[in-house]
Design a protein around this ligand. Structure first.
Ligand SMILES: [Zn+2]
Length: 153
């Protein structure tokens, strides 16, 4: 008849533990998935992608595996107010670029994104633009001003 008082506190403990797990930081999951091992021989490609360099000074700008799709496409063609057509590719990161000038929100090729001129960090050649919206950012780089460096060594 008389139940031990141990059962009730245990239930409370479980609730508190589950609450802590929900609010805690993300678990240290080692699931990087970057090392496929021997399953396929796709790891032969050194670096996982070719380097893309500034056409003017050959500085490393970004890599082909940083390509991303915005609005369902990697490449976009735009025309600026002066009637000059640009063919740009979208990249998630471009470590070789540096932002120039103020961030602008008018006349954005990608609605809802603020943009900023992106120039080569080494020679300051205009390579494209960086675009940023709430919680996301990418670079739109002029493909004609990049040269691929896919050759090993
Ligand atoms: Zn450059």
């Amino acid at each position: 008849m008389s139940s031990t008082g141990n059962g009730y506190p245990e239930t409370v403990l479980e609730l508190r533990v589950s609450g802590v797990r929900c609010r805690g930081p993300k678990p240290p999951g080692p699931e990087g998935g970057a090392a496929p091992g021997h399953a396929a021989q796709t790891s032969i490609a050194a670096g996982g992608g070719g380097m893309l360099r500034c056409a003017a000074c050959s500085a490393a700008i970004t890599r082909t595996d940083a390509r991303t799709e915005i609005g369902g496409a990697h490449e976009h063609a735009f025309m600026n107010p002066a009637g000059i057509a640009f063919r740009i590719g979208c990249f998630s990161v471009a470590p070789g670029c540096v932002g120039v000038g103020e961030e602008e929100t008018y006349w954005s090729w990608f609605p809802g994104h603020a943009w900023r001129v992106a120039a080569c960090r080494a020679c300051r050649a205009h390579l494209g633009w960086s675009f940023r919206s709430a919680g996301a950012s990418f670079h739109g780089l002029i493909l004609d001003r990049l040269v691929s460096d896919a050759r090993p060594g």
